[in-house]
Design a protein around this ligand. Sequence first.
Ligand code: IMP
Length: 435
Amino acid sequence: MKASANATVIGLQWGDEGKGKVVDALAGVSRYVVRFCGGANAGHTVTVDGQRFALHLIPCGILHQGVCNVVANGVAFDPATALQEIDALRARGVCVAADNLRISAAAHVVMPWHKLQDSLSEQRLGEGKIGTTARGIGPCYADKANRSTAIRVSDLICPDALTEKIHHIADIKSKTFAALFGADPLDPEAIVTEFAEYGRQLAPMICDTGHLLRRACLGGERILFEGGQGSMLDIDHGTYPFVTSSAVTACGVSQGAGVPPGAAGIVIGLIKAYTSRVGAGPFPTEQKDEIGNRIRERGREYGTTTGRPRRCGWLDAFAVRYAAELSGVDELAMSLLDVLTGFDEVRICTAYHIAGRQVDAFDVASMGAVECTYETLPGWKPDIAGARRFKDLPDEAQKYVQRVEELIGRPVGIISVGADRQQTIIHNTHLRGLA
Ligand code: IMP
């Protein structure tokens, strides 16, 4: 076990691995819960006492008292969505204030032109589209890299600078969108009014979150880093160009939160017991048949953010092993094991082939051309939703988990067999004192 008390929870597939539930389980013993990547494209679902909370931007620690939640500098921050989420939480009795929610002044703001550009450019790509969530994420990060057309959260609380920037950028965007897409011009005055109001409402929560978190590290306060999306969607290491636009592996924690590399602590890699993907791009274990349909229906595999049906298939241990190596994953957490109940047999992809030759090293560039080698294991029929200990699982389900541990070379610490907090099996974990 690493010396640090911190932990990082990331997805090892294409997102939607059930990170919300594991973050929720660990948040109660953490002082800080930090989002370091992505934006309102993420959708983390937590079910507490039968009440379902779907969070997009606000860290899942908001559902625990005494936890300070941080939206760090690496996030593409959408103030409209954040405020809607804050209002919805307050309406359900959850306290959200400056002592439990902090927003980085250095995070970049998703502006109306980013969402417009996201939709218009996807329409133009037609069949070749990425299948984005249309939340303006890619265009926001593109402007961050471009610098002169970006707006940071710090600008929201400086009305004069905000006005000047919005007029300057809206002019460029209007001209570009008119030329490229024949779009109507933007209304900068309306945007200034809207975003200045967001700044006014959010001002008490805006600060230098990097400083806050580095002090917490020095003081030995426990930080939990909550990943968004999944490793296969990482801008550098995922199935490019069918990826999101930020660094979503554990490698992104340091940059996205302004903390030293070692601060990530214990890295927990989330996997589903199978695989799902939304949007376009390669997916070697996809099952476009009854098996995929059955997984989709049983797993309720429809996007939290967009409602789109997800593509579904068997677990890809070869891809997950790559993602686990990349992030230095210490242990796995497996969600939705209950969804595989009822199959006569279950399959795991153990290797890739191209033109009959086994692929040695995982290579995202060739993923579209690979064929999978599967290992078939016996399935199980009894309902496992009530299992609370590993030994409560049928032998076949235990063997499935153990085979995944062997293939990926990491223990499975937490197993989830249903949406509720209680439907969790603590198994081979480093985190016994934490979870
Ligand atoms: P974007 O992040 O909206 O630009 O979308 C880029 C790709 O990442 C698309 O295939 C999306 O479906 C996918 N994506 C983005 N966020 C998530 C997520 O939280 N879960 C699953 N897929 C996601």
